[in-house]
Design a protein around this ligand. Structure first.
Ligand code: TYM
Length: 330
């Protein structure tokens, strides 16, 4: 049975892109042996962040994951900074990763664009992510398309480390959903839906009230045509809605095209809005229940961190030995 690991940042609010691209599959996969899911709070330090809300956001992200269906009894749900081994392994892997390969990371280039100065953390971010993955000997990493390059880096670093210092890490494989791997912004359908989007209207948040969800989807940018056909190059807006509908209802792109053949954009958008509201309503209800007991959420995260530490420590020890550090005596 493969081990599965993935992570999400507690920055901004979670949106349907996160859900359809990644989180929904985490819920489906959690019964696989040792599935681990991590709220990566240390990653959130790499760009602008608010120190007065970081802890609350971290808890809220964990609550959203639980509301989406992650059950801390069936998987390991934890907060990255509660397992110090991640940062130590990052240092070791920093000395295996190269400046050249990190400089090529698209996300670093995008996030750093136009900034007067960026933190070393932002540059090093992919190595922290590689540590998250290699730390738990993950075979599979369910992610959206935007994390593809980081996963390639994890594979390269694991392979390089193993070749130089002996077999130490599992070389992980990324997995993507059939539809929904790259949900686009509703207002700017050539750009991915993102927590840091300029306009809130293009992003459907998991906790948006039903009326707001409908409004955003009905106002989605389309094109001057009338056909519900999938073509990302010429019909980016409609294609995105087709994918969202297919992912939300468990259908496929050709089936959605057939279902809405001959119908106009207006009717189609109403159906997409309805499907998304239906998808998110149970999650929103569960979130409301969890919100009443934050101490219980923290307790569950404490148990998750203990489980994660028990798995991480032996792997870190193996990596320390592999590179020849003097083991401490008891
Ligand atoms: P993050 O927090 O940006 O996103 C969490 C997950 O959501 C996916 N995603 C999307 N999928 C489809 N369409 C979109 N518009 C969309 N936007 C985001 C992301 O691909 C991701 O799977 N660096 C990672 C977090 C991370 C991680 C890890 C992931 C840290 N360590 C270890 C896997 C394994 C990130 O910033 O994801």
């Amino acid at each position: 049975m493969p081990r599965v690991l993935s992570g999400i940042q507690p920055t901004g609010d979670m949106h349907v892109g996160n859900y359809l691209g990644a989180v929904r599959r985490w819920v489906e996969d959690q019964d696989r042996q040792d599935a681990l899911y991590c709220v990566v709070d240390l990653h959130a330090l790499t760009a602008e962040f608010d120190d007065t809300t970081l802890a609350t956001r971290t808890r809220e992200t964990a609550m959203l994951l639980m509301a989406a269906g992650l059950d801390p009894d069936r998987c390991t749900l934890f907060v990255q900074s509660h397992v110090p081994a991640h940062t130590e392994l990052t240092w070791i892997l920093n000395c295996v990763a190269t400046f050249g390969e990190l400089r090529r990371m698209t996300q670093f280039k995008e996030k750093g664009k136009g900034q007067e100065s960026v933190s070393v953390g932002l540059f090093d971010y992919p190595v922290l992510m590689v540590s998250d993955i290699l730390m738990y000997e993950a075979d599979e990493v369910p992610i959206g398309d935007d994390q593809r390059q980081h996963l390639e880096l994890a594979r390269d670093i694991a392979t390089r480390f193993n070749r130089r210092f002996g077999d130490t890490f599992v070389v992980p494989k990324a997995t993507y959903p059939e539809v929904g791997a790259r949900v686009m912004d509703l207002q700017t359908p050539m750009a991915k839906m993102s927590k840091s989007a300029e306009s809130a209207n293009g992003v459907v948040l998991l906790l948006d009230p039903p009326e707001a969800i409908s409004k955003k989807i009905k106002a989605a940018v389309t094109d001057s045509g009338t056909d519900i056909l999938h073509d990302r190059d010429t019909k980016a807006g409609v294609s995105n809605l087709i994918e969202i509908y297919a992912a939300a209802t468990g259908s496929s792109i050709p089936k959605v095209e057939a279902e809405f053949e001959g119908q106009g954009y207006g009717a189609f958008k109403s159906s997409v809005a309805e499907a998304v509201v239906e998808l998110l309503t149970p999650l929103q209800r569960r979130y409301g229940e969890l919100e009443r007991d934050p101490a219980e959420v923290d307790r569950l995260l404490g148990l998750g961190a203990a489980k994660a530490r028990a798995l991480a420590d032996p792997v870190l020890d193996r990596a320390r030995r592999a590179i020849g550090l003097l083991p401490p005596t008891a």
